[in-house]
Every structure is written in C-alpha cells, then in structure tokens.
Write a protein that binds this ligand. Sequence first.
Ligand SMILES: Cc1cc2nc3c(=O)[nH]c(=O)nc-3n(C[C@H](O)[C@H](O)[C@H](O)COP(=O)(O)OP(=O)(O)OC[C@H]3O[C@@H](n4cnc5c(N)ncnc54)[C@H](O)[C@@H]3O)c2cc1C
Length: 374
Amino acid sequence: MQRRQLLLAGGALCALPGHALDFAPPRAPAAMRASVDRIIDIAVGIRPFRAQGPRIEAQRLHGRTVVHHYGHGGSGWSLSWGSAQRALALVQAGGAKPGERIAVIGCGAIGLTTARTAQQAGYRVRLYAKDRPPQVTSSAATGLWTPDSRIVTREHAGEAWSAGWEAMARASFKVHQSYLGLPSGPVEWHDGYLLADDFDTPLPSHAGEPDYPDLASRIADLRPRGVALAAGEHPFRTPQVRRFTQLVFNIPAYQRLLLDDFARDGGELVQRVFHRASDFAHLPERTVVNCSGDGARRLLADTTLTPVRGQTARLIPQPEVDYALIWRSHNLVVLPRRDGLLVAAMGGDDFGNDDPRPDRAQSEAAVQRLAGLF
Ligand SMILES: Cc1cc2nc3c(=O)[nH]c(=O)nc-3n(C[C@H](O)[C@H](O)[C@H](O)COP(=O)(O)OP(=O)(O)OC[C@H]3O[C@@H](n4cnc5c(N)ncnc54)[C@H](O)[C@@H]3O)c2cc1C
C-alpha cells in the first residue's frame, strides 16, 4: 500500500502521495453550555440604517464645518476605520489644520475610530457624547466582520457606490489586523461553523426589510474560503455544515483600548447632549464631526434614518469554546467572545423598531434553540 501523509488542512483530511503516515484526528469542538440560567446580560442596540448608505458629507452649519458621519446600519464596527478615513479627508478639505482641536460627537464605534484616526493625523480631539460605552449601541453589537450588513439597499448600490464601499471595507480590514495579538484580544480570528438544513433553500426575508445587494463577493479574497464538512467531521445535529474562518471583535476590550489610546494621546471626553444642530454653534471648535448614529434621527430630524433594533445576550464565558456558530435557518449567531458566549438572534419586527427595552423571552428562546444542537 502506498504511504500517505495526511494533513489536517482546513478541517478536511488531505492526502499527499509519497510521505510518511502522520495522522492527527480532528479535535471535537467543545460543547457550548447553552442554558438560560447561564445568561448574564442582555443588551439592546439600535442600528442606524440608511437606504442610501452611510452619510459621510460636509456641510456649513451655524458657522461650523460639520462633517456628518453616521448611518452605518449593521456594519459600523466592520467599516469603522475605512469610514473614518473618509470623514477625516472631509475635515482636511474643510480647512482644519493638524494641531487644531476638532470636536467629535458620539462615543460609539464610529466616534471612537474617527477620533483616533484624527489624532493619528495630528489633530487634537474633544469627544462630546450623551452616552459612552457600555451604554451605546456599539456595545450591544455581536462583533463579527460584517461590512455588508444592512449597509445600503440594492436600489442605491450602483457601481460607484459599491466601489467606494469596497475601498472602505479594505481600508478598515487592514486597520483591524493591526489590533491582533494584543493581550486583551480586541480582534481575533476564529473558526466557525455555518449550519443549515439545506444551503440551497433561500432564507425567508425578515418583515419589512428592503432588498440588499450582494457586496461580499467583492471582498471574498479577504478571508479563507469555507469548507463543506461531511457527517462525522462535526458534532452538530444538522444535515449540512460548512466551516469558515472569521474575524471577531471582542467589543468591550476593543472599546476600552480605543478609549485608553484616545486619552493617552491627549483626547478629552465630555458628557453633553445636543438637542438640535444649532447647539453646535456653542462649541469652541470650528470643525465638528457628527458621529451620533441613530441619535441623528432626532438631532437633525433626519428622516432617511431607519432604526433597526437588535438584541444580544451573553452566557457565562467558556474559554474552551473557540469557535463561532451561524445557524441561518434558525436565525442564530453565537460568538466565542472573551466576555461571554455571545448569542444574537433577530426578532420578527426589528426593522423600523427603536424600542430599547430588552426582551428576555427572545434571548431565552435563542439559547434554547442553541441547546437543541448539543
Ligand atoms: C444587535 C446588534 C448586532 C450588531 N452586530 C454587528 C457586528 O457584528 N458587526 C458590525 O460591524 N456591526 C454590528 N452592528 C452594527 C453596529 O453596532 C452599528 O453600526 C454601530 O454601533 C454604529 O455605531 P455609531 O458609533 O454610529 O453609533 P452608537 O454606538 O449608537 O453611538 C452613537 C453615539 O452618539 C451619541 N449621541 C447620539 N445622539 C446624541 C446627541 N443628541 N447628543 C450627544 N450625543 C449623542 C451617543 O450617546 C453615542 O455616544 C450590530 C448592531 C446591533 C444592534
């Protein structure tokens, strides 16, 4: 019999001819301890969705240059850095010079990354925000690399828009990679399993949601391809399973690091509520970057923003679980975050919903669906 070296590559056993037998069986993933009495927190956030895509544009308002920078839907963490670079270009085009102090409104993913990007370009920054982490929507996010999630409708995603999105996603991806390997683990790569009863069955669309374009194929080269697993190569009770490799944001650690870096570079954080755009006129800074997320709906009476409610629950951390799960047909995403097993599930009426109250029954049902897998 010809000898084979068996390599465990991407979860599939690959045989290379002419090499010594060197076989390591795949390690079974640790089971998730999914029970409702392990829920330690439930968080709700309101995704700031705009059919046209994020608003990144400058305006002269009440004697200030205001750079609007909001409306990142379900992609705020993922796109943050690339989007911040675009907002910074508008700050520079508006005449603000390095060394000058600018104002950034908002302390979510967009405000924090905008502030850091401006500091790195030599600006002094004062952040003004009604709330700071963990009271912001960004703190309720799942923490997946999803730059194409509820970011624009198909109707508005022409070639120019999509190319701009791609540039933003690639720029953002690059910066996220520079946060790998740090002790608090703000950014990590994890394997995950995509589960389905049948991958060929299209998913039902959610109530009231518009059509979204396929943008992911433009950046497919940014991560390894998924691998279909045969029965016996995974422990799940679902007919079809693919393994993928995915970028995960440990949101609390990421936020903490950004806040610490911001303060270390001389940034100031001021708690302040703005009731209308004319309030900007009272700021001492000549340039204001408005990163108020869903808050812009009221602040600017912006009717182009649609709130999209989302809820995540955390189970007691299980450091031995190092993989993600996406069970599409059961509307479930689970991430092995350092601050807990993060369980996200969509509700039936999220689109257009800005109800900030946690719905414990929704998270318990998601945890029970998860328990059925193990
Ligand atoms: C359940 C859920 C899961 C998600 N999962 C992911 C994911 O996996 N990956 C991903 O990339 N994205 C994800 N998102 C989307 C992401 O969280 C948002 O796109 C992002 O949080 C938007 O960030 P932001 O900074 O614009 O808004 P926010 O985080 O809402 O921050 C807004 C800031 O502005 C301040 N502000 C607002 N109005 C005023 C005012 N009038 N005066 C003063 N301050 C004001 C607020 O206090 C706050 O500091 C998810 C969202 C939800 C809800």
